[in-house]
Design a protein around this ligand. Structure first.
Ligand code: ZN
Length: 464
């Protein structure tokens, strides 16, 4: 399957061959995470936890079920999710008086509790997060990690005294994103969504998008400013010095297993996965290259090499199976292991080990005695070059198209006056989605692609 020719088919095939997920589970869109896929997701979750813990967020865990009465308190929110939630209507043989919804996201589970937790300004800011599964009844064609019905994701929820405090939280969220994206070697763009496409109930939404090789965008996360849209109906307020009850300003931030989908889409090639070193279950595979007369000597040395690399903190696999080296290479390429070390008799004699990089296929040798420092340099270089290449590729898939003529495999930067009528007309006529306007202002000279009036930049694309 060629990535260039049919991205969608290629993607399904790459996931399947690498054994990341088993889609044979008898509920569509609810795939089984296999051990290898889950290891990668756990590494991603670890970075998310580390970042959120370091920025003063506390991890919590809320119930999966939300009573209908709480779910329906914010009217835009329920309108947005009405058609995609799963309901629990029975407990045993009894019909429930109050139906329960499987969380599609956790605002309506958390906010009744926040109303109890927040009393005075001393309780603020309140910053919590959880890493859980959420459920959405997806009606479009499902696809592993990209479009599923049970979604593994993290969501952070914060409460602040003022709108400006909440705005500063959004800035912090963006910094956190940048650090996580660098670990995953993922380029992204930040676009303020249109009013008709923002999160149901939000004051505004910033979408985080990555462009796939077929020119379609994949939303990998979002950040929302709620102002007081939820705190008013849920009664989350603090007592001011004057004794008044002031509603808090809220934000949320969420990213899902689509991060993994994006890593596969951006980095994998026709031979299989190409994993960024920071999230590879095995960063290094050590393969002894035996001949008949040196098997014991080479085997021992390979074992010692793998041991010294593990001791230095790398995730290492020693592949000493009794199969041809060629088929071992093939297997680990499919799995995306960033660095392969081959150790044969001639390498041993020369005091070196031969390496092959998964990202660009280049080969060379490093000294056997200081293999850990050599491996560190190589893995760092792989990370840096994967990120740089991916950024360049993403930039090349974005084209200036002031009039809105967009090649099939490109994201277009168009002119848009900002009015909803022009925006919706553009989307209908071109069969494109306006992803939004740049979160960080960009210089733009041009007119609205619809009405010709003065315009700012907006991005339009086909989405995955
Ligand atoms: Zn216009």
């Amino acid at each position: 399957m060629r990535k260039e020719e049919d991205f969608n088919e290629w993607y399904i095939d790459a996931v399947e061959k690498a054994g990341l997920s088993d889609k044979r589970y008898p509920v569509k869109g609810m795939n089984v995470w296999t051990a290898y896929g889950w290891k990668i997701m756990r590494l991603i979750d670890e970075f998310i936890r580390r970042e959120l813990d370091a920025t003063g967020h506390d991890e919590v865990c809320f119930p999966l079920l939300i009573p209908e009465t709480e779910f329906k308190k914010e009217k835009d929110h329920i309108k947005g999710f009405d058609s995609e939630v799963y309901w629990v209507t029975h407990a045993g043989l009894n019909e429930l008086d109050v139906r329960l919804v499987l969380r599609p996201t956790s605002e309506t589970a958390m906010y009744p509790m926040f109303a109890l937790w927040v009393r005075s300004h001393q309780d603020l800011p309140l910053k919590v997060y959880q890493i859980v599964n959420t459920f959405r009844y997806e009606t479009k064609q499902t696809r592993a990690f990209m479009r599923v019905r049970e979604i593994h994701f993290f969501e952070s929820h914060t409460c602040h005294e003022t709108e400006e405090d909440a705005q500063r939280q959004i800035e912090e969220d963006v910094e956190i994103l940048d650090r996580i994206a660098a670990r995953l070697c993922l380029p992204y763009s930040l676009l303020k969504r249109t009013d008709w496409d923002k999160f149901p109930g939000a004051h505004y939404t910033v979408g985080i998008d990555t462009v796939m090789p077929n020119g379609r965008t994949l939303q990998i996360g979002s950040v929302h400013h709620y102002r007081t849209n939820f705190s008013v109906p849920y009664g989350i307020s603090y007592e001011s010095e004057g004794g008044e009850h002031v509603p808090v300003h809220q934000t949320t931030y969420g990213m899902s297993e689509r991060l993994l989908g994006a890593v596969i889409g951006v980095h994998a090639d026709d031979a299989g996965l190409v994993l960024p070193p920071d999230i590879a279950p095995f960063q290094i595979v050590v393969i002894p290259i035996f001949s008949k007369d040196n098997a014991a000597r080479v085997g021992e040395a390979a074992k010692a090499l793998a041991g010294s690399l593990s001791a230095a903190g790398f995730r290492v696999k020693l592949d000493d199976r009794d199969v041809r080296p060629g088929s071992k290479f093939f297997d680990w390429e499919i799995k995306g292991v960033p660095l392969r070390l081959e150790l044969g008799g001639r390498d041993l004699d020369g005091g070196v080990v031969t390496f092959a990089r998964r990202d660009d296929g280049s080969k060379g040798t490093i000294g056997l005695a200081d293999a850990p420092s050599g491996a560190r340099l190589l893995l760092d270089s792989i990370s840096a070059s994967m990120l740089e290449k991916a950024k360049a590729a993403q930039a090349s898939r974005i084209a200036d198209a002031p009039g809105g003529e967009v090649p099939d495999d490109r994201v277009a930067r168009i002119g848009w006056c900002g009015c909803e009528e022009c925006g919706r007309r553009f989307e209908e006529e071109r069969d494109l989605k306006i992803l939004g306007t740049p979160f960080r202002p960009e210089r733009f000279e041009g007119a609205c692609a619809v009405c010709g009036k003065p315009a700012n930049a907006a991005y339009a694309a086909r989405t995955m």
